[in-house]
Design a protein around this ligand. Structure first.
Ligand code: FMN
Length: 375
């Protein structure tokens, strides 16, 4: 008999893999796990192309999509154009960034380019429509309760809606709003995260949902890069694991080459929870960029979401290109979202191999668990 979560999602192993890279998503799904494409930064047209490609690769096997529609952000409900939003970035912030780059030997661009932000919440509905026109088996959201239109679309089409949470009370709110799957994500996680560790958050969330009589399944996330860690969260009552960081150093990932080198060399203490990239605390590699945005250590207070993201994203992309060319200042600034599990990520491998190792390590851990008590 298959476990409920495997039955429900049509998978062999309850390992969920979040990735911005379609090749990782397809590889994990084809290896018996469940790939989820991070779609927030895509245009609707690009998302349609990526999902069509995945459809061809997976031959009907299950996969999902993740679209962040933040519950709160600067300019929400004001119908601002990108330029109007950009006008809210104070001149002193643009100057601060120009100085930071100059201090690292990076010439200013003729015209400072500001990115549109994928996190301004304005393309969520269109992306959702595109995602729902493909045979996705899950739609996930982060940074608050999903908008009603997402929950309704999930209901109509029979696609479960998942939400990432970093605190017990947020899980309760999500279930009350009608979410079908909770991802309890600890502070170890790469990307936006809360303050509670996975080891504490998972039982807290399970207890809270139990107290409200909910049978919504909970996946554990944050710091899980091996099968033994996955076994630990399943032993605590999680239905499976939701992962992100571990796929960044796979052969299929599109992680910038210098960033991959930084990740392979990094220890678990080389990440920081910083709002310097998006305006909301997100775990990423520590670098001279993240140092510059730590107000308690003499850095600048980041702007709110999505303004910080509009300011930071084009610069970080430029930094990545220069870092790959060997520019020392850019290499010192280069950063990317990754969790504390980076300390265990020491080799580039195919995604399929990562899934295989997860399964083997998981089985060995379950054996250790069952041998841990006398007969
Ligand atoms: C590079 C990167 C980008 C991420 N972007 C998103 C995102 O757009 N939407 C989302 O729901 N979660 C995002 N996350 C969080 C993942 O979905 C996942 O919860 C997290 O990576 C789990 O912790 P781990 O990194 O320790 O495996 C991101 C994580 C990483 C590492």
């Amino acid at each position: 008999m298959k476990p409920v979560i495997c039955e429900r999602f049509g998978i062999d192993f309850p390992l969920f893999a979040f990735s911005h890279c379609r090749d990782v998503v397809a590889a994990v799904t084809n290896a018996g796990g469940f790939g989820v494409l991070g779609a927030t930064a895509y245009t609707p047209e690009r998302l349609d192309r990526e999902l069509s490609w995945i459809d061809e690769q997976v031959g009907g096997k299950p996969y999902g999509a993740d679209i962040i529609v933040p519950a709160k952000f600067e300019g929400k409900g004001e119908n601002l154009t990108r330029d109007q939003l950009a006008d809210r970035i104070p001149a002193e912030y643009r100057e601060f960034v120009a100085h930071l780059l100059a201090d690292h030997g990076i010439e200013p661009e003729a015209k400072q380019h500001l990115g549109g932000s994928a996190l301004s919440g304005d393309t969520g509905r269109e992306l959702l429509d595109v995602a729902m026109s493909h045979p996705i088996k899950l739609i996930a959201n982060a940074l608050g309760v999903p908008p009603d239109y997402m929950i309704e679309a999930g209901r109509e089409r029979g696609v479960p809606v998942a939400a990432l949470v970093g605190a017990r009370e947020h899980a309760v709110k999500q279930v009350q709003a009608g979410v079908d799957l909770i991802i309890a994500q600890g502070t170890e996680a790469g990307g936006h995260c809360g303050e509670v560790s996975t080891l504490v958050l998972v039982p807290e969330v399970l207890d809270a949902l139990g107290e409200m009589g909910s049978d919504v399944p909970v996946l554990a996330a944050g710091g899980i890069v091996t099968g033994r860690q996955m076994a630990a969260v399943v032993a605590m009552g999680a239905a499976g694991a939701w992962t992100g960081s571990v796929w960044l150093t796979t052969e299929e990932a599109e992680t910038a080459p210098y960033t991959v080198q930084k990740m392979l060399a990094a220890t678990s203490r080389d990440t920081v929870r910083s709002a310097g990239r998006t305006g909301k605390p997100a775990r990423q590699l520590k670098s001279e960029w993240t140092d510059a945005w730590l107000p308690n250590s003499g850095g600048r207070q980041p702007l709110p979401l999505p303004l910080q993201n509009m300011l930071a994203e084009p610069i970080i992309r430029r930094v990545d290109v220069l870092a790959a060319q060997g520019h020392p200042g850019a290499q010192a600034l280069a950063t990317y979202f990754v969790g504390q599990g980076v300390g265990l990520m020491n080799k580039v491998k195919p995604a399929r191999e990562v899934v295989r190792e997860f399964i083997e390590d998981y089985l060995a851990a379950t054996e250790r668990l069952s041998n841990s008590l006398p007969d």
